[in-house]
Design a protein around this ligand. Structure first.
Ligand code: NAD
Ligand code: UD1
Length: 325
């Protein structure tokens, strides 16, 4: 299924200057009136297209939020403190941003009668009792971040049920792609930077932990599908259904970048999830979501700056993933 087109809507993207939010913004800007609320703590102005109205502020500030959300039809809520390690080090700060402020956003959405698509996470599954994990697998978070995402994921369902607010939670697995960067960003961007600098790739623990890596263009399409579905009040896994170990990932990155970087092992991370792999059949059946970019093709395009379009069928309409950043 091709990307649904969303037209003539007034839309707020929280965290729209960040990695995932900026790609969602790019996909919406051509046909809609798009605003971004961001405090630029990890996001960058250079990620934003000129057409966007930018409100610089904290999602926890009711005045900034009110201004940003006035008259909106849809809110894509992406702003968060995304680092699992940061949440282990400072649970109060991450709780305030990830959980308290999300409740403010849901309340604001009620006032505006706006639909909400929010970023949940595979981190809610923690140490699951089965793999791949489906939406019915009991959550068992291993970090404050996982607990916060579980709470907002459940809030989305409850707001839909209690207040008739159309809300969808997307449980992203490990997202990667252009514009992911910074000290608290994901392992693929860290390894790529290390490989390109000729520095050792730093593996936390034995490297046998697994992740389901999904390209940001697939995540953007999932957001557009979630914003147009009738099946609201639901949470959906957004991954590929495939997983790789961190050691395998390091090897792919060394190959693609033709790097001589060595591998060093650091102590394992506190709160780290051991294994992660999505069962995406619910998103496939109910949203029509199918991932299109394999891990190898996605890393190849990042490592060589080849446009990702060359890795997929010409017929397929992809959200724009050009890299301004
Ligand atoms: P990111 O750090 O690139 O983007 C987050 C954005 O939110 C940044 O622009 C940042 O400046 C902004 N922000 C942070 N705190 C804010 C605040 N208090 N007020 C206003 N703006 C604030 O991260 P990302 O990887 O693009 O993540 C986007 C969303 O997806 C997050 O909710 C994250 O938890 C979720 N998620 C990400 C992944 C992943 O692999 N990247 C996986 C699962 C879920
Ligand atoms: C990531 C996201 C989180 C999201 C979750 C969903 C980021 C920063 N975190 O968490 O927001 O909710 O996916 O599954 O995007 N690793 C190394 N060396 C490094 C960096 C990481 O070995 O230099 C390892 C980590 O120990 C971990 C794995 O790689 O086992 C993935 O780490 P990371 O990219 O930080 O993501 P998650 O913690 O899975």
């Amino acid at each position: 299924m091709n990307s649904p087109t969303i037209r003539d809507q007034t839309i707020l993207v929280t965290g729209g200057a960040g990695f995932i939010g900026s790609h969602i913004t790019d996909a919406l800007v051509p046909h809609n009136d798009v605003r971004v609320l961001d405090d630029f703590s990890t996001g960058h102005r250079r990620n934003l297209p000129d057409e966007v109205r930018t409100i610089e502020g904290d999602i926890g500030d009711p005045i900034a939020l009110q201004e940003a959300a006035r008259g909106v039809d849809i809110i894509f809520h992406q702003a968060a403190l995304v680092s699992v390690t940061q949440s282990v080090d400072d649970p109060r700060t991450s709780n305030r941003t990830n959980l308290d402020s999300t409740v403010l956003i849901l309340e604001q959405a009620r006032q505006e009668d706006a639909r909400v698509v929010l970023a949940s996470s595979a981190a809610i599954y923690g140490h699951p009792n089965e793999l791949p994990v489906s939406e019915r697998t009991p959550p068992d978070p291993t970090s404050p971040y996982g607990i916060q995402k579980l709470a907002i994921d459940q809030y989305a369902r409850l707001y839909d049920e209690l207040y008739d607010l159309p809300a969808v939670a997307l449980r992203y697995f490990n997202v990667y792609g252009p514009r992911q960067q910074g000290p608290y960003s994901g392992v693929i961007s860290t390894f790529l930077e290390q490989a390109q600098e000729g520095d050792p790739l730093t593996i936390d623990g034995d490297g046998e932990q697994t992740r389901d890596f999904v390209h940001v263009s697939d995540v953007v399409r999932a957001n557009l599908l979630a914003a147009t579905t009738d099946r609201t009040g639901e949470a959906y896994n957004i991954g590929t259904g495939e997983s790789a170990t961190i050691l395998e990932l390091a090897e792919i990155i060394r190959e693609v970048t033709d790097s001589n970087s060595t591998i060093v092992h650091e102590p394992p991370r506190a709160g780290d999830v051991r294994h992660s792999q999505a069962d995406i059949s619910k998103a496939s059946k109910q949203l029509g979501f199918e991932p299109r970019i394999s891990l190898e093709a996605g890393i190849q395009s990042l490592g060589t700056a080849e446009p990702i379009e060359s890795a997929v069928d010409d017929e397929v309409e992809l959200p724009s993933i050009d890299s301004r950043g």
